[in-house]
Design a protein around this ligand. Structure first.
Ligand code: 2NL
Length: 357
């Protein structure tokens, strides 16, 4: 049998064309996608396809034989196109049938939508906000990038104070800093209007610390109450009311003398341990308070006269108290979290333990 190459006769060509459709049919029998079928089609009928190759040999045969070869070529082309259409129609028929054949039980319960959870640090912030809103405080926020004056000078913190060192505070362009506490929010509030001021300022603050127990950014919440006749007694009552709502109704507080530039007198605030209630014998082995009976929760004090002076409050006959606490510490105590870094690793196994409610 002659090849498709040189020495071809009209009869050979006609025979080649006559077998082309059958070969094509065999080739696409095993194909299952439209793309594969279209590729096969172009191998036969395309610009570089087999039919085109055969037509190029028309020049080698007698003029008189050419119409017969042309008829065979057109038949082959039509037959191949018909095979393609039939095969594609069958494929789409089959895919429609399989779609229709799929049984869907519309009464099955839905898969539900997985809602996220509230991050423990956000949760603690929201709880604290609710407690102080209930005592008549407003929640105020402010910028993270601050002036040195709002963050330090107004807070009776002199230029040579160690906290103002590059080692401790993030300095940014334009003589600005990243706030190292949320006190500038209270300063802005007092600068903006007359007393009374009764606010809490939750938010992220920045210090150049980064180890197992410190992150360079951490959330804090400060509080400030300035009015006529606000006393140290009011500070104590406020702190007691707060810890009893936050840790439980049997919670007590202990104030230890301390120092902050912006308060005088100043005190560290401890809450009695809600796990062992500070009572023997549980206390001696308590994993939370380490046997002390007390949990350190923050600092507090009466607003320093220099702070009131800096914001122009000396003309009013007012006094005030202020306090501050770290939210990561509050969350660790309340939820028994033993590693600070868990708050920042976004591990769902940890986060999902704090349900949305
Ligand atoms: C702590 C201690 C404290 C303040 C923050 C404050 C703010 C103004 C005036 C006076 Cl505007 N004081 N804030 C006072 C005492 C302690 O925080 O241990 N924070 C985590």
């Amino acid at each position: 049998m002659a090849s498709e190459g040189a020495g071809t006769t009209a009869r050979d060509l006609i025979r080649f064309f006559e077998s082309l459709a059958a070969e094509f049919a065999a080739e696409i029998a095993g194909l299952a996608t439209e793309t594969e079928i279209r590729l096969a089609q172009s191998r036969y009928l395309g610009k570089k396809g087999r039919a085109t190759d055969l037509m190029k040999q028309l020049g080698r045969i007698l003029q008189a034989d050419r119409p017969a070869v042309g008829v065979a070529a057109n038949r082959a082309r039509a037959a191949i196109e018909k095979l393609v259409e039939e095969r594609l129609a069958a494929l789409s028929e089959a895919s429609l049938a399989s779609d229709l054949g799929r049984s869907v039980d519309v009464t099955l319960p839905g898969r539900g939508r997985r809602t996220g959870t509230i991050h423990p640090l956000s949760r603690v912030r929201m709880e604290i906000e609710q407690i102080f809103l209930g005592m008549g405080y407003e929640v105020r926020t402010g910028p993270l990038v601050e002036t040195e004056w709002n963050n330090f000078d107004a807070l009776n913190t002199p230029p040579d104070h160690p906290a103002r060192d590059m080692q401790d505070t993030f300095f940014v362009e334009g003589g600005l800093i990243l706030r190292s506490h949320t006190s500038p929010v209270q300063i802005r509030t007092m600068l903006a209007g007359p007393p009374p001021v009764k606010i809490i300022a939750p938010g992220n603050v920045f210090r150049r610390d980064d180890d197992a127990t410190h992150t360079p950014m951490f959330p804090q919440c400060e509080g400030l109450h300035v009015d006529k006749n606000v006393s140290f007694e009011d500070l104590k009552a406020t702190l007691i009311a707060f810890v009893q709502r936050f840790f439980g109704p049997d919670t007590d507080i202990r104030l230890r003398p301390s120092f902050f530039p912006f308060t005088e007198p100043s005190a560290e605030v401890d809450a009695s341990c809600f796990l062992c209630q500070g009572k023997q014998p549980a206390r001696s082995t308590c994993r939370l308070c380490k046997g002390t009976g007390w949990l350190e929760i923050g600092g507090s004090g009466m607003v320093h006269p220099n702070v009131l002076r800096a914001v122009g409050y000396q003309k009013y006959d007012v006094t005030g108290f202020a306090f501050g606490m770290g939210l990561s510490r509050m969350a660790m105590l309340k939820y028994g979290v033993t590693d600070l870094r868990l708050f920042y690793e976004n591990d769902l196994r940890f986060l999902q333990q704090f349900p949305a409610g």
